[in-house]
Design a protein around this ligand. Structure first.
Ligand code: ADP
Ligand code: MG
Length: 593
C-alpha cells in the first residue's frame, strides 16, 4: 500500500481538499481504498455468516421435532463451523479496519496540518496555537471515528435490517413489508427527536467547558487565590458551575431516556405484531415450528439496533459536527499566496524602497501614500509612539499582509511578485520576544541553516556573546531550552536569537528591540552581539535602546503612519522636535514611548 499521498511542494499549498465533512472523509478514505474494501468485505462476510444462525436454529428445531438425532448433530456442527467462520471474519475486519482507519487518521492529520501551516501570519496572530492543534485533531480523530462507526456499527445495522427483510420475505412478503415500513418510521421519528436533543447536547458541552475552564483558571492563579484569601469564594463559584453542568447533563440524559422509552414501546408493538403474525402462520399450519423459531430469532437479533437507533443518529451527528468544527476553521482559503508567476528574488545588496504605499486595517488607514528609500547597507532606526505603525511597517516588508496600493521593492523587484520563500530567505529577524523551540541550543541556533557545522555554530555563538554561558550549562550546546526557552534568562534568549540571525546571514536584518530593561551585564553583551550582527547589512531596527540608536545611520520618526522626522541622530537631537524630546526624557538607557 502506498504511503500517505501528501504533496511536499514548498511555498504556497493549493489543496483541493473538500471542506464538507463526509466528502473530506471520503477523500481521505479512498487513498486507502484497498484496506477499506477488505475491511468492509470482512464485515459483510462476518455479518452474513452470523445471520445464518436463525436459519440453523430453525433447522435444529425441525430436526429435533422429527426426532432425527443425526440431523440435529449435523446442524449443530454447521452452526459451530459458521460461528468460527464469522469470528475469523470479524478479526480480519479488525486487522484491515485498523490499517484503514489509522492510516486515514494519520493522513488527515498531516494534510490538515500542512494546509494550516500555509496560512498567513495574520491568521495565526488571531488564533491560539493550542486551539488550532485541537482543530487539527478534531478533523483527524473525527474522520477515524466516523469510519470506525460506519464500518463496525452503521454498516452492520443496515446489513442486518436487509437480511431480516430477506428472511421475512421468504416466509411471507407481508411480514417483510411491515417490518421495513416500521424501520423507516422508527428512523424518521428518531431523526426528528434527535434534532431537539442537539441544543441540549450543546448546552451541556458549553456548561462543561465553562466548568473546566474555571477550574483551570483557579489552579493557574492559585497563589493569588491564597494570598487574597479567596478560596472559599472560588469554591462557591466552582460548586455553582458544577451544578450548572450537572443540570445540563441531566437534561440531556433525561431526554435521551425519553427517546429510549418511546423506542422501547414502538419496538415492543412491532415485535408483538411480527410475533403474533408468525404465531398465527404456525397455528394455521403454514409454517413449521422450526421456521417459527427462525422468525423469532431473526427479529430478536435486530431488536437492540432498533431500540438504540436514536443514540446512533446522535453519535453520528456529534462526530460529523466535530469534523466540521475542525475543517471549517482550517480549510478556509489561504489569504496570502504567491502570485501565479512569482519568481525568486534576485538579491543584490538589499536596497528597500516604498512607493506610494497605502495600507488599511479593516478600513482604518495605517499608511497613506507612504514613501521611503533605504539604501543598501543603511541602518535605519524606526522610532515612534505606540500605535505609530512600526510593527505594521515590518510586517508589510515581510509580506505578512498585502498592501492595498503602491509597491514595496527590494533591489528593484516588487515583493508581491516574488516568492514568499525567497523574500523571507533574504531577511533575518531578531524579534522582540525571541522564539525558541523546545530543542537543543545547537538546533535553535542552526534553525535558519540546518546544515551548519559545529564550528560555524560555535563561531556565531561566540560573536553573539553566547558561547560562555552556553558552556556553563550542564549539557552545553546539547542542553534543551525548555518550552519557549523557559530555562534561559531574557538576555540569554536574545543572544541565542542573535546567533541564529547571524548564521542565517541574510542581507537584510530586522530588529525589534525588547522594551524591557535587562540587567546591565546582559545589556552590554547584547550590544556587542548586535554590533557584530549588523555589520554590512541593511538594517531596520525598531529601536528603544539609546546604544542601538547611536549605531544607526539614520533615524525615522513615525507618527500615525507618517514620517515626521528623518535624519541622523545628531541632527534630530539638534532639531529639537519629537526625537529630541524623547531623547531628553529617556530613562535607564531607553526611550520612553
Ligand atoms: P506600533 O508598532 O508602532 O506600536 P502598530 O504597527 O502595531 O504600531 O499599529 C499601527 C496602527 O494599526 C495602530 O493604530 C493599531 O491600532 C493598528 N493595528 C495594528 N494591528 C492591527 C490589527 N491586527 N488589526 C487592526 N488594527 C491594527
Ligand atoms: Mg509595535
Amino acid at each position: 500500500m502506498k504511503s500517505a499521498n501528501i504533496s511536499h511542494n514548498r511555498g504556497t499549498y493549493h489543496g483541493d481538499i473538500p471542506r464538507q465533512p463526509m466528502r473530506f472523509v471520503w477523500h481521505m478514505a479512498k487513498q486507502y481504498g484497498r484496506y477499506g474494501a477488505l475491511a468492509f468485505g470482512a464485515v459483510t462476510c462476518a455479518t452474513v455468516a452470523g445471520a445464518s444462525a436463525p436459519y440453523l436454529y430453525g433447522k435444529i428445531v425441525d430436526a429435533a421435532v422429527m426426532g432425527s438425532a443425526t440431523r440435529v448433530f449435523d446442524f449443530v456442527g454447521a452452526f459451530l463451523a459458521i460461528t468460527a467462520l464469522s469470528f475469523i471474519m470479524w478479526r480480519l475486519s479488525g486487522y484491515f479496519g485498523m490499517k484503514f482507519t489509522l492510516n486515514v487518521e494519520r493522513t488527515a492529520y498531516l494534510t490538515l496540518f500542512q494546509y494550516l501551516s500555509h496560512h498567513s501570519q495574520t491568521y495565526f496572530n488571531e488564533k491560539f496555537a493550542g486551539s488550532l492543534a485541537n482543530k487539527v485533531s478534531n478533523g483527524a480523530d473525527g474522520s477515524e471515528r466516523m469510519l470506525e462507526a460506519l464500518l463496525w456499527n452503521y454498516y452492520g445495522i443496515v446489513l442486518n435490517i436487509i437480511i431480516t427483510c430477506g428472511y421475512l420475505a421468504v416466509v411471507d412478503a407481508r411480514l417483510s413489508i411491515f417490518f421495513l415500513v416500521a424501520v423507516i418510521a422508527l428512523f424518521g421519528i428518531n431523526y426528528a427527536l434527535v434534532q431537539r436533543l442537539i441544543p441540549l447536547v450543546v448546552a451541556y458541552s458549553d456548561a462543561s467547558s465553562r466548568f473546566r475552564g474555571f477550574a483551570v483558571d483557579v489552579l493557574t492563579n492559585i497563589s493569588a487565590v491564597k494570598s487574597y484569601v479567596r478560596m472559599s469564594h472560588e469554591h462557591t463559584v466552582l460548586k455553582r458551575k458544577a451544578d450548572e453542568r450537572f443540570d445540563a447533563n441531566v437534561a440531556e440524559w433525561r431526554y435521551g431516556e425519553y427517546v429510549l422509552v418511546l423506542n422501547n414501546i414502538i419496538v415492543l408493538i412491532v415485535q408483538g405484531i411480527l410475533f403474533g403474525g408468525s404465531a398465527y402462520l404456525w397455528s394455521m399450519g403454514h409454517i413449521s415450528a422450526g421456521v417459527f423459531v427462525m422468525l423469532l430469532t431473526v427479529f430478536y437479533r435486530v431488536q437492540g439496533d432498533l431500540v438504540f437507533m436514536g443514540n446512533n443518529i446522535r453519535s453520528f451527528i456529534r462526530v460529523y459536527g466535530t469534523i466540521d468544527e475542525g475543517l471549517s476553521e482550517i480549510l478556509i482559503d489561504h489569504a496570502l499566496v504567491d502570485a501565479p508567476n512569482a519568481r525568486p528574488l534576485r538579491m543584490g545588496r538589499g536596497e528597500i524602497a516604498w512607493k506610494d504605499v497605502t495600507f488599511t486595517y479593516g478600513g482604518q488607514p495605517v499608511f497613506q501614500d507612504f514613501n521611503v528609500v533605504i539604501p543598501a547597507g543603511q541602518r535605519l532606526g524606526l522610532v515612534g509612539q505606540s500605535g505609530a505603525g512600526k510593527t505594521t511597517f515590518v510586517s508589510l516588508l515581510l509580506r505578512q499582509v498585502d498592501i492595498q496600493k503602491g509597491g514595496i521593492t527590494i533591489d528593484g523587484q516588487d515583493i508581491s511578485g516574488a516568492t514568499q520563500e525567497s523574500l523571507r530567505n533574504n531577511i533575518a529577524i531578531v524579534p522582540q520576544e525571541p522564539i525558541l523551540f523546545h530543542r537543543s541550543i545547537r538546533e535553535n541556533i542552526a534553525y535558519g541553516k540546518p546544515d551548519a557545522t559545529d564550528e560555524e555554530i560555535i563561531e556565531v555563538a561566540k560573536r553573539a556573546e553566547a558561547h560562555t554561558f552556553i558552556m556553563q550549562l550542564t549539557q552545553g550546546y546539547d542542553t534543551l531550552v525548555g518550552e519557549r526557552g523557559i530555562k534561559l534568562s531574557g538576555g540569554q534568549k536574545q543572544r541565542i536569537a542573535i546567533a541564529r540571525a547571524m548564521l542565517k546571514n541574510a542581507p537584510i536584518l530586522i530588529l525589534d528591540e525588547a522594551t524591557s530593561a535587562l540587567d546591565s551585564e546582559s545589556e552590554v553583551a547584547i550590544q556587542k552581539a548586535l554590533h557584530e550582527l549588523m555589520e554590512g547589512k541593511t538594517v531596520i531596527a525598531i529601536a528603544h535602546r539609546l546604544s542601538t540608536l547611536r549605531e544607526m545611520h539614520r533615524i525615522v520618526v513615525l507618527e500615525q503612519g507618517n514620517i515626521v522626522e528623518d535624519g541622523t541622530h545628531d541632527t534630530l537631537v539638534r532639531h529639537k522636535g519629537t526625537y529630541a524630546r524623547l531623547w531628553k526624557h529617556q530613562a535607564g538607557g531607553f526611550l520612553i514611548e
